[in-house]
Design a protein around this ligand. Structure first.
Ligand SMILES: Nc1ncnc2c1ncn2[C@@H]1O[C@H](COP(=O)(O)OP(=O)(O)OP(=O)(O)O)[C@@H](O)[C@H]1O
Ligand SMILES: O=C(O)[C@H](O)[C@@H](O)[C@H](O)[C@H](O)CO
Length: 177
């Protein structure tokens, strides 16, 4: 027979979580998001795979997306999150407060795990993957558009200078607390 403490720990471990791995290009949304989903026993969806082809083409051509470009994509991400029956981690830049509000309007219990890093480190990581559709020239627009999590938002931020395994461990601990 398990103790009350063991039961509480097991409940927390098995709780269904709805998480957005957020951040600018190259911040580790895919890397950390996938590992976090695995750690939490959930599913990972890469938001880049949900962008309309026109959005990817626009970014690949070196033009930043605007609010109108992102709106249908954010609605799709909110719908995916709302439809998730188990733990779900979605990698999504979610750069502005209004974008996060849009996702929360569909899935109110969504928690945001923000990967933050210096311009230098992010540029270095983007430059090391030349096959990626996102050009390094869009990093400044990504950073210029980014609005940090506000105190009333449910979320937590990590420094991308830390190794992925450490971010995942700390994020999972925070999410389960
Ligand atoms: N914490 C980390 N420490 C070291 N390297 C990392 C870390 N996070 C990510 N990386 C590396 O940085 C690069 C960018 O990571 P990743 O593709 O996960 O970012 P992303 O935010 O999903 O990018 P994008 O949205 O532009 O596709 C990858 O080569 C990845 O291996
Ligand atoms: O909102 C945006 O501008 C986009 O989602 C970008 O952040 C990219 O898709 C991604 O980071 C790929 O590099």
């Amino acid at each position: 027979m398990s103790t009350a403490v063991e039961r509480a720990e097991s409940d927390a471990a098995s709780r269904t979580l709805h998480v957005i791995a957020m951040g600018v290009s190259g911040s580790g949304k895919s890397t950390v998001g996938a590992l976090l989903a695995e750690e939490l026993g959930g599913e990972f969806v890469d938001g880049d795979d949900l962008h309309p082809a026109a959005n990817v083409a626009k970014m690949a051509a070196g033009t930043p997306l605007d609010d109108d470009d992102r709106a249908p994509w954010l609605r799709e991400i909110g719908a995916r999150m709302a439809a998730a029956t188990g733990t779900m981690v979605i990698g999504c830049s979610a750069l502005k407060r209004s974008y996060r509000d849009l996702i929360r309007s569909a899935a109110p219990d969504t928690v945001f795990v923000h990967m933050r890093g210096s311009r230098e480190l992010l540029a270095e990581r983007m430059a090391a993957r030349p096959e990626h559709f996102m050009p390094l020239s869009l990093l400044d627009s990504q950073l210029g558009t980014l609005e940090e999590l506000e105190p009333d938002e449910h979320g937590v931020a990590f420094d991308v200078a830390e190794p992925p395994a450490q971010i995942v461990r700390e994020a999972a601990e925070w999410l389960r607390a």
